[in-house]
Design a binder for this molecule. Structure first.
Ligand SMILES: [Fe+2]
Length: 230
C-alpha cells in the first residue's frame, strides 16, 4: 500500500465520526447538494492517472516536503435523499494551491505553483458512504472566493459537480458570483466550518488539525441504466 495513503488512513481511522454523522442526519430534512460550475481547470487527463485513495494532497509522496498553506482534513459522506449512505461512489476533488493557482494549462495566473502540492485526488466511498482527504486551505484567486471542486459519480445517478466553500470566508463568499447564484439554503449545504480536532481522538494531547465535514446528498436514481463514466 502506498505509504502516504496508509499514514493518513491510520491518522483518521480513530475518528469514528462518519457513522455518527450519518445517523445524525436521519433526523434532518436533507436537501440535494446543489450543482456548481465545473470551472476551466478540471485536471483531465492527470486526475485519471492519479492513484486511487492517495488522499493526502499536502505532499507529493511520503518523503517529499509539505505544501505551503494551512493543512485541513475534509471528512464527508454521500447520502441519498432518504439519508441512506451510498457506497462505491467516486469522489474527485481538485483545487488551487496556497497561492491561488491551479496546476492546469488554462490557468494563466501569475501566482507561483507549489511544486509540493498534489492539486487533485480521487477516492471511492466506503460502506457507510464515507470519504476523507487531507489538503490545504485553497488560495484565493481573482474573481473567486476560496473553494474546492468536487465531481461525484454514482452508478445510475446524475453526476454531481459542485464546489465546497468555507464559513470563515463568508464576506468573500457573499461577493462570489457562483456562490451567490444559489439559494441561502443551498449555500448552507456547500459551506463548511472547520474545528480543531486531535489527530488521535484517544489522545487529547495529540497534534490538532482543522477538520470539517461535507455531507453530499445526491438526487434520486435516473431513469437510464447509466454507469459511472470514469
Ligand atoms: Fe475553481
Amino acid at each position: 500500500m502506498n505509504m502516504k495513503r496508509r499514514d493518513f488512513n491510520l491518522r483518521v481511522a480513530g475518528a469514528g465520526l462518519v457513522g455518527f454523522w450519518a445517523g445524525e442526519s436521519l433526523a434532518s430534512d436533507l436537501i440535494q447538494t446543489v450543482e456548481q460550475t465545473r470551472g476551466p481547470f478540471y485536471p483531465i487527463p492527470e486526475i485519471e492517472k492519479q492513484e486511487f485513495f492517495d488522499i493526502d494532497l499536502t505532499r507529493k509522496d511520503s518523503n517529499s516536503p509539505l505544501a505551503e498553506g494551512e493543512i485541513i482534513v475534509v471528512r464527508g459522506n454521500v447520502l441519498d435523499l432518504s439519508s441512506q449512505p451510498l457506497e462505491k461512489v467516486f469522489v474527485e476533488v481538485w483545487q488551487a494551491c496556497h497561492s491561488g493557482r491551479y496546476n492546469h494549462p488554462n490557468d494563466r495566473g501569475e501566482s507561483p505553483l507549489d511544486p509540493n502540492f498534489q492539486y487533485w485526488g480521487r477516492m471511492q466511498t466506503g460502506q457507510d458512504g464515507s470519504f476523507s482527504f487531507k489538503t490545504i486551505q485553497p488560495g484565493k484567486y481573482p474573481g473567486r472566493t476560496p473553494h474546492i471542486h468536487f465531481r461525484v459519480v454514482a452508478s445510475g445517478r446524475k453526476t454531481l459537480e459542485t464546489q465546497l466553500y468555507f464559513e470563515a470566508n463568508q464576506e468573500l463568499n457573499r461577493k462570489d458570483g457562483v456562490y451567490k447564484s444559489v439559494s441561502a439554503e443551498q449555500q448552507k449545504g456547500i459551506t463548511m466550518g472547520l474545528q480543531p480536532e486531535p489527530i488521535d481522538r484517544k489522545n487529547p494531547l495529540s497534534e490538532k488539525l482543522m477538520t470539517g465535514n461535507f455531507q453530499i446528498v445526491l438526487g434520486p436514481p435516473s431513469d437510464s441504466k447509466s454507469t459511472p463514466d470514469m
